[in-house]
Design a protein around this ligand. Structure first.
Ligand SMILES: NC(=O)c1ccc[n+]([C@@H]2O[C@H](COP(=O)([O-])OP(=O)(O)OC[C@H]3O[C@@H](n4cnc5c(N)ncnc54)[C@H](O)[C@@H]3O)[C@@H](O)[C@H]2O)c1
Length: 309
């Protein structure tokens, strides 16, 4: 029997993720949405691409949670997305209610599943998901760092005219204005980035990565990015399904690491079939560490607003 992946939210991010996972043929997929017909129609359309793509996976769409029972991985993308002029934080209270109702259902039907949270504002939604689900922190975490890092790596590869494969980097911190690209770990085939790009230009590249989501929202006007986000989620899902022990930047619940306690922040983690199997503590310089802690403060502010609502 194939492993089972449930994706909640059949909008841009959810449906594109379902497509990427179905296309690989590694797992069966259940796509859930509140809109009647939307997940059913998209899932059937994807299923009918199987003979062409060589995928024997099953994919079904549903408005209820019974078919999600015993999932190995649950991805939560349900919620509203940004429009031009909105920050991720503007989505807070609406998406808090959606994520709360969804994870209560998914954790009831799949209490052993690894849950990947995607809905924004990401770090706060992961915190809420942990609080209301009663799941272990190693099994509830968020996707943001892979996406932020991919944007940063894209712009560096363009700047230096080298393959994206040759650019290694980690972007940590919250998903938003406070993200922290770790310059000390950024290198091109082992050569430190600071020897290849001058500090002023590098800061411009970092800022473009930081604003990467908004740049796309401004083009699209009616929604936010979904191709690179769905690729990022798929990398996480694959690391879990294949028990890869891959080290990826994810939004994880910290309990003292990096001097941060009881809060979700983006850090490198080892991902395998049990979810987060280890939180990796990189050696950060004092500027990077204080930027990470500032990022945690921004997450804490959102958590306090949710607690008071
Ligand atoms: N973490 C990241 O890096 C990242 C990247 C991109 C998008 N996002 C976030 O992901 C979320 C989804 O983005 P999108 O572009 O797919 O939006 P979208 O509007 O295209 O899709 C959202 C879907 O969620 C569904 N939905 C709403 N409430 C629901 C509920 N209670 N149960 C089930 N389904 C429900 C809607 O019907 C809709 O189909 C947004 O919050 C967005 O900000 C996060």
């Amino acid at each position: 029997m194939k492993q089972k992946v449930t994706i909640v939210g059949a909008g841009n991010v959810g449906a594109t993720t379902a497509q990427r996972i179905f296309d690989k043929g590694q797992a069966d997929v259940v796509l859930v949405d509140i809109v009647d017909g939307l997940p059913q129609g998209k899932a059937l359309d994807m299923l009918e691409s199987g003979p062409i793509l060589g995928s024997d996976s099953s994919i079904i769409g549903t408005n209820s949670y019974e078919p999600t029972e015993n999932s190995d991985v649950v991805v939560i993308t349900s919620g509203i997305a940004r429009k031009p002029g909105m920050s991720r934080d503007d989505l807070l209270l609406t998406n808090m209610k959606i994520v709360t109702s969804v994870i209560k259902e998914t954790s009831k039907y799949s209490p052993d599943a690894v849950h990947v949270i995607v809905t924004n504002p990401l770090d706060a939604m992961a915190q809420q998901a942990l609080k209301v689900s009663g799941l272990k922190p190693s099994k509830v975490f968020g996707m943001a760092g892979i996406l932020d890092t991919a944007r940063y790596r894209t712009f560096i590869s363009q700047e230096l005219n080298v393959s994206v494969d040759s650019v290694s980097a980690y972007v940590l911190g919250g998903h938003g204005d406070t993200m922290v690209p770790v310059i000390g770990t950024t290198n091109v085939a082992g050569t430190p980035i600071t020897r290849l790009i001058d500090p002023v230009r590098l800061e411009e590249i970092v800022q473009r990565a930081r604003d990467g989501g908004a740049e796309i929202v401004n083009y699209l006007k009616t929604g936010s990015a979904f191709y690179a986000p769905s690729a990022s989620i798929t990398q996480m899902v694959e690391a879990i399904l294949l028990d890869k022990k891959e080290i990826l930047p994810c939004t994880a619940y910290l309990e003292g690491q990096y001097g941060i306690d009881g809060l979700y922040v983006g850090v490198p983690v080892k991902l395998g079939s049990n979810g987060i199997e280890e939180i990796i503590e990189l050696e950060l310089n004092s500027d990077e560490l204080s930027a990470l802690q500032k990022s945690a403060d921004a997450v804490r502010e959102l958590v306090e607003i949710m607690d008071k609502s």
